[in-house]
Design a binder for this molecule. Sequence first.
Ligand SMILES: *Cc1c(COP(=O)(O)O)cnc(C)c1O
Length: 227
Amino acid sequence: MAAPESLAERLAAVDAGIAEAARAAGRDPAELTRIVVTKFHPASLVRELADLGVRDVGENRHQEAVAKAAEVADDRLAWHFVGQLQSNKARAVRGYAATVHSVDRASLVDALGIDDGREVGVFLEIDLSGEPGRGGVAPEGAEELAERVLAKPGLQLLGVMGVAPLGKEPRPAFARLRDVSDRIRALHPAATAISAGMSGDYADAIAEGATHLRIGTAITGKRPPRA
Ligand SMILES: *Cc1c(COP(=O)(O)O)cnc(C)c1O
């Protein structure tokens, strides 16, 4: 089959793939949230996606995200921050992001957890690579970080997030993420969400219980070079 040509076709093809993976795993596709990662793409693409019915979009750089969210200014959209986040940007990210998927250290929890009258959803990013410098808290540190989130105002602990290590089978990594999720749920039963799965591995993530898929290029097409 030829690669789908238009944004609408690519979106439909990915949604069909998600539904198929869900059914194969005995899960209801309706319980999955598909986030379209729009990093490097202009506000106009986000508007097109919104008009196609997309409600969840993801960004990985604060400066780009804050500008784009302001330019698009569409109340129908929920913005998900999925990239590495410096603590000194945390307060500003609260200004537009519904959720932050990359909370991986105590200092970031402290900077993000402020009482400003709104609630931001938090995913704890778990390091699935075992390599230093990749971002994410080590699986052994997840509970302590969860306790810290629960003790702070303005944060709602949703669950865990992970990125499969490059060049390895993704499914065992997603299985490890599911184990961490089970431990966090034992601590806080409402934290049921698992943010996992990208363009190349979302079917494996769905098979291991992912609830939030972060999909970029398979829907948006190739990313333009970073400005
Ligand atoms: C860019 C990005 C994605 C989407 O990646 P694709 O391979 O383009 O689907 C997902 N998660 C994070 C954290 C990202 O930075």
